[in-house]
Write a protein that binds this ligand. Structure first.
Ligand SMILES: [Zn+2]
Length: 209
């Protein structure tokens, strides 16, 4: 198990502090340092994950739950986090990733519903056009893959909120799909973006805030 500098200071001891007091102290320490140093430099980027690992070590499930939400802007596929991840108990590790998978599933489900034309507002060409043809699947799969990739790297979905994600070259074919009947653009980019961000906001843990 990895040893953290402050771990020796907070060894569980019923004689001195209750576990809830310990939790409060560690969390205060964490918040204090987050404020002091910000999150710009790498040594401090991993701090939320280290504090999460510490809460897991002590078995503080409730604190671990809250702390896991603070790790959503970390790309855990980076080798930088490997050692901390290896130190986390498998049950807590599963929960950490379950949170991430849940967010991804919510947004991807929204994209599939959109592709299946469940959201009428995402489609439209000329107002009186009667076409009801299902648009090409490949283009929607491309969007789904790109979203999966973004949410793997950034489960907080922050990159999906940036217009450059929706304007990237890889999505040009989707936005340029034409209605077979009237020849106008069939997919409304702004509505697809809006729907996706709505699904993102609907995902745990964002609904709790
Ligand atoms: Zn049309």
């Amino acid at each position: 198990m990895t040893h953290y500098p402050w771990a020796s200071l907070v060894k569980p001891s019923k004689h001195y502090w209750s576990s809830s007091t310990l939790a409060t102290r560690i969390l205060s320490f964490h918040h204090c340092h987050m404020r002091s140093f910000g999150t710009k430099t790498e040594p401090f980027l991993s701090r939320p994950l280290k504090v999460y690992a510490l809460a897991c070590t002590f078995g503080w499930a409730e604190d671990a739950d809250k702390l896991s939400e603070q790790t959503l802007d970390l790309d855990l596929s980076s080798p930088y986090y490997a050692e901390v991840l290896k130190s986390i108990d498998s049950t807590f590790l599963y929960k950490l990733f379950q949170l991430r998978w849940g967010i991804k599933a919510e947004v991807v489900d929204g994209i599939r519903l959109t592709a299946d034309m469940s959201y009428d507002d995402c489609y439209g060409c000329k107002p009186n056009c009667t076409s009801s043809e299902t648009p090409a699947e490949e283009e929607w799969e491309c969007l789904e893959l790109l979203i999966r990739g973004e949410l793997d790297r950034c489960p907080d979905g922050s990159s999906l909120r940036q217009s450059k994600f929706w304007s990237q070259v890889g999505l040009a074919r989707l936005w340029n799909l034409r209605c077979n009947e009237c020849g106008e653009r069939a997919v409304r980019k702004s509505s697809v973006k809006e729907r996706s961000l709505w699904r993102l906001d609907e995902a745990e843990p964002f609904t709790k805030k």
